[in-house]
Ligand binder design. Sequence first.
Ligand SMILES: [Mn+2]
Length: 306
Amino acid sequence: MTYDVIGDIHGHAEELRTLLRQLGYEERNGGYVAEGRNAIFVGDFIDRGPAIREVLQIARAMVRRNGGYAVLGNHEFNALCYHTPDGAGSFLRPHSTKNAHQHQATVDQLVLPYPEEWRSYLQWFKDLPLFLEIDGLRVVHAAWDENAIRLIRGRSFYDPDFLAAAATRGTPEFTAVETLLKGPEIKLPDGQMCVDKDGTHRADMRIAWWQSRKSKKHLRYCDIAVPSAADIPAIAVPPEVLSSLPSYGRREPPVIFGHYWFVPNTPDVLERNALPKLKLRLSPSRIGSLVPAGVASQNFFYKSLR
Ligand SMILES: [Mn+2]
């Protein structure tokens, strides 16, 4: 079986269709099929783009009828929380201006005009796993972390208590789900701030969890930040912080993830224009192609662990 891994689509159905056709898939039963091939979606189907409903129709059909795979993205998790009452007059994800803005395209295109259908997608999101292992390949939306996986293994968002715990900052469930779907972060030293891609000043930074840090005792904040930016301090990370960070060993199975926006030449990460290399580095029987889907600025990444 050849797997086609498809990254964060975010409502870009036209690009998704083009991509599937390019890969040799043909439309059938609302989804797409190709002999001897299967799609793996890494989550983030909704928000942003112009054709969110269509993306969900295609992806769900492919997973349900054609044996495709999908994991949950942080945008789907956020939507579940956004539309679930918290029992105290609000929702598990508050309807703040920022949260509403992030989810607006989905609300306009799907939640309001097709409420029944939208409810069926909320149910489907609950079916999606937070992590997957297929044929020696690992798949997760943002970060593979054994501690997080151990904690949530066997649990499902059909369980309202689990969903509520995962939406409540400070619980172990919140931390685990946050790590898998958004990736690990640490505080910058001495109250320093950095500016993220949206221009927001932040006191914490995302870390490159896919690094193997085994033999590296002395790393600076700028060495482990993702994306690396000029305003991340070149100060040594204290050993106790370093040892608490998730990392990914070189001997662990290949892991595929989406979510991140990388700058070109990020070390150890292959980007879309490195596709020919990828085929050399991973058996083609495992992965047919590794392709970005959706907006050009959000690429899909694969980390070779050899
Ligand atoms: Mn994401």
